[in-house]
Design a protein around this ligand. Structure first.
Ligand code: AP5
Length: 184
């Protein structure tokens, strides 16, 4: 699982790591943006919340992730990008893994200074990248998601990696931190 603030590089690294580890990436942000773009019912439910930089509710996210994990390609492991991001989602995810008789191997935390995060958002141009929304996403991360850092540290699963390095160097540091642990 990749954990980190908005714009810490989770999506960038997920794509690179999935290719190296031979497992699919499950990115909740990508899935939700796809649903918005398709005009799907899920997209209509989440569009305003996403554009405001807030979090979609835990119950809806459990449905989205639960049905994704049932697909065949997730049977041999997967890399999670953007889920869980509340303590409630962490508990939901543990239940899902229990049902699948799977376990979480490692949680990689990408550490990047706050001002770098906002600068990266401004350089990209997604609809939730406007400066005030980027700052709101960071505030929501600090409030709702950061408690997961201690949670997974106490479980012995956390691997902190300096994400304020060139993209390829971050990938190598993550692989070194995993140290053969594989993907979830
Ligand atoms: P999501 O898509 O997950 O957004 P996020 O966590 O805010 O993350 P980002 O995609 O902005 O950043 P990232 O860490 O993936 O960085 P990236 O690689 O793109 O979620 C979007 C929204 O969906 C949420 O706000 C919420 O509303 C909803 N949502 C999703 N999951 C949810 C959940 N579980 N529960 C509830 N709601 C949920 O990189 C960012 C930029 O930096 C890029 O331009 C990239 O090129 C650049 N960059 C990356 N790495 C480097 C580097 N090493 N050096 C320089 N630049 C870099």
């Amino acid at each position: 699982m990749l954990l980190g603030a908005p714009n810490s590089g989770k999506g960038t690294q997920a794509g690179r790591l999935a290719a190296r580890l031979g497992v699919p990436t499950i990115s909740t942000g990508e899935m939700l943006r796809g649903a918005v773009a398709d005009g799907a019912e899920l997209g209509r439910k989440v569009k305003d919340v996403m554009e405001a930089g807030r979090l979609v509710d835990d119950g809806l996210m459990a449905e989205v992730v639960g049905s994704r994990l049932e697909r065949d390609d997730a049977r041999r492991g997967f890399l999670l990008d953007g889920y869980p991001r509340t303590l409630g989602q962490a508990k939901d995810f543990e239940r899902m893994l229990g049902d699948l008789r799977e376990k979480l191997d490692a949680v990689v935390l990408l550490e990047v200074p706050a001002e770098t995060l906002v600068q990266r958002a401004l350089g990209r141009g997604r609809t939730d990248d406007r400066e005030e929304v980027a700052r709101e996403r960071l505030r929501v991360y600090r409030q709702a998601t950061e408690p997961l850092v201690d949670y997974y540290r106490k479980c012995g699963l956390l691997r902190a990696v300096d994400g304020d390095q060139p993209v390829a160097a971050v990938t190598e540091r993550i692989l070194a931190a995993l140290n053969g642990a594989g993907a979830a």
